[in-house]
Write a protein that binds this ligand. Structure first.
Ligand SMILES: [Zn+2]
Length: 185
């Protein structure tokens, strides 16, 4: 090899090395940028989901509002409390009113949390817009909970409150739910 060839190869190696170094730096920079982009988005996402409503009650995500305010229904077997069996109390997600006790929850195999009793006075009933089902609502804030069915012979009480998980918030025994929010008029 001639000396000038050796120098040429040396330069080539140096260029390749620099290229590799720059490429790795770029990857690192991209990674850092990706991290910087995703973390604030993750923390801001719930804010984006929020919907206009009274500021007095708990703020709701778009999905919570679509069920609680617009009387929607979550897809069967998707609710977070569908299979919950722990002892505790279920409160209204919008106003914290105590609605159901875990003792009254039973497995109805219908895809939604089911209760055969309510906490006295906490739930009101109304003929559904469809004209035949009975809608259940939070007695304090009128938040939509689901529907109540009678005469199915699923439990001794013969009642099934079919409730959307997203209308509820569960507080295990030993934890205290926040105060029920009552609007001043
Ligand atoms: Zn409520």
């Amino acid at each position: 090899m001639m000396p000038n060839q050796i120098v040429g190869v040396g330069i080539l190696i140096a260029i390749l090395g620099l290229g590799g170094y720059l490429a790795s730096q770029q990857v690192l920079t991209e990674k850092v940028e990706t991290l910087n982009v995703t973390s604030p988005l993750k923390t801001k996402a719930p804010e984006k989901d929020k919907k206009e409503m009274s500021t007095h009650y708990n703020k709701l995500t778009a999905f919570e509002a679509s069920v609680i305010l617009d009387k929607g229904t979550e897809r069967p077997n998707t609710g977070e409390y569908n299979d919950t069996v722990e002892s505790g109390v279920y409160v209204c997600r919008q106003c914290n009113a105590k609605l159901y006790r875990s003792n009254d929850k039973f497995e109805a195999h219908c895809g939604w949390p089911s209760f055969d009793d309510e906490i006295a006075g906490a739930v009101k009933r109304k003929i559904d817009a469809d004209g035949y089902r009975v809608e259940i609502l939070c007695n304090n804030c009128d938040g939509h909970l689901g529907h109540v069915f009678e005469g199915e012979q699923k439990t001794e009480k013969n009642i099934r409150h079919c409730v959307n998980s997203v209308s509820l918030r569960f507080f295990p025994e030993g934890t205290e739910p926040p105060e029920m929010i009552v609007l001043t008029k």
